[in-house]
Ligand binder design. Structure first.
Ligand code: SF4
Length: 448
């Protein structure tokens, strides 16, 4: 009797995924958020009492949860009804939260390498609010060694005066949330801005000489057509931004679109299917390449890679510490993941009481840290085996032999001496392929 067991054969192609149904597609971290637990918050407290790992960069993320309107596809924690007193309280809370961290051994005296203002809409804040916030942050941890200060902006909130103030704060990358250039599509998707505001904000930002202006697009908004998408790509290239980021429309559970689908008993979202969205991103990448852009990740094209970097992305995907401030934000310090309270009032009141507003945490094992970095870096389209061997020990070609074989059999991946490389087809659907590298207990986990 034979004692060998035949390995199950790899399916010839990945599981069929056609229509856009509800759920998170984008993989932004590992292990999945549903494994982070309130009872593990003590692990963050312990990590904060330890000195930092020598040489590991520190970044700061600050979440500004205010928007003029809630976009129908939005799944972020945002508020459209807060008055100036509530906003003032929030800013004071984030500064107080920052001050608690800045006194801890893991953070004290460190110079942030990168700073990211995300949201929400950071540009929703007034000039005075922005100055107060950033002066307070710089007083706690000076920015003089920061390689990048990134700032997300909604075009309709940008007056000339505010843009000038944002430039003066030291912002190096202004990321314009354009999403689409067509007023009807912007309107029907619940965006607050109009196409005219895009041209105006972009023109003035150019005059102010920001080191990097990024245009953000979404492929597959409600009612988008192929012709519309091609026109968006044409207009983007005509504007010649330093970089372009493109995301494929997904419909997570907490979006207005899903709520409407549920009310109407629909399982399929009223947006293009995945194959179509992928073909639109592929078209955009090809057009951008013709215009001399370089594709630097599954979502990013860069005009001049020598000059323009994505420090936040690259450091985070290489395991940097991220001190995250603000309601619902996600951070990673000294090897522990954490997330803040996801509701406004508990967040503010915890900080006002002098406590860290952390809601849940998880310390990944060494193997989970390896998986996290590997899958995040695979989004760049190529991964160095030597980097992982040096940092973690195992050769990823051996540690991930089974999923790498699967992706190779599906025609998405090659291993070329030191480099594990995804081809364009693989890169365009990388998020769904990353699940192949997950530990069995994390398969089918919800990213919420
Ligand atoms: S602007 Fe961004 S954060 Fe605000 S509602 Fe729209 S998608 Fe959400």
């Amino acid at each position: 009797m034979s004692t060998t067991t035949a390995l199950p054969a790899t399916p010839k192609s990945p599981p069929l995924e056609k229509q856009t149904t509800v759920g998170n597609y984008f993989v932004s971290n590992y292990p999945p958020f549903s494994f982070w637990k309130p009872e593990l918050v003590g692990e963050l407290s312990a990590a904060l009492e330890r000195p930092p790992q020598p040489g590991n960069p520190l970044g700061i993320y600050l979440h500004i949860p205010f928007c003029r309107k809630r976009c129908h596809f939005c799944y972020f924690k945002v508020y459209t009804d807060k008055d100036s007193a509530a906003i003032r309280n929030y800013i004071e809370a984030t500064l107080k939260e920052f001050a608690i961290y800045a006194a801890k051994p893991a953070i004290r005296g460190r110079k942030p390498n990168f700073i990211y203002f995300g949201g929400g809409t950071p540009s929703y804040l007034s000039v005075d609010q922005l100055r107060h916030l950033t002066d307070g942050m710089k007083a706690l941890l000076p920015w003089d060694e920061a390689e990048e200060v990134a700032f997300e902006a909604e075009p309709g909130t940008l007056t000339d005066h505010k843009l000038k103030a944002i430039r003066d704060l030291g912002v190096t990358r202004l990321s314009l949330g354009v999403e689409n250039f067509d007023d009807h599509i912007l309107e029907i998707n619940g965006r607050a801005h109009h196409s005219k505001e895009i041209a105006r904000a972009y023109g003035y930002a150019r005059q102010l000489d920001f080191p990097q202006i990024n245009i953000d697009l979404i492929a597959g908004m409600v009612e988008e057509t192929e012709a519309n998408w091609r026109e968006c790509v044409r207009k983007t290239i005509e504007m010649a931004p330093d970089s372009v980021t493109i995301y494929e429309m997904e419909i997570p559970y907490n979006t207005t679109i899903y709520k409407q689908m549920k009310a109407e008993g629909k399982l399929v979202a009223p947006v293009a299917d995945w194959e179509t969205k992928r073909s639109w991103v592929n078209y955009a990448f090809r057009e951008l390449e013709k215009a001399s852009y370089t594709i630097s990740s599954a979502y990013t094209a860069i005009k001049n890679p020598q000059r323009t970097k994505f420090i936040y992305r690259d450091r985070l995907w290489a395991g940097a510490d991220l001190l995250s401030l603000g309601v619902a934000s996600f951070g990673h310090i000294g090897g522990t993941h954490y997330q803040n309270h996801h509701e406004f009032d508990p967040y503010v009141s915890r900080v006002q009481q002098g406590e860290l507003p952390v809601y849940r945490a998880l310390t990944p094992t060494a193997d989970e840290r390896l998986i996290r970095e590997f899958i995040l870096q695979l989004k760049l389209g190529h991964v160095s085996r030597a980097y992982f061997q040096q940092k973690f020990g195992p050769d990823p070609a051996e540690r991930f032999a089974a999923p790498l074989r699967t992706l190779t059999d599906w025609g998405f991946l090659t291993i070329e001496s030191d480099t594990i490389r995804l081809n364009r087809d693989g890169l365009l659907q990388v998020d769904r392929l990353l699940h192949e590298f997950f530990l069995p207990q994390h398969h089918n986990a919800r990213y919420a």
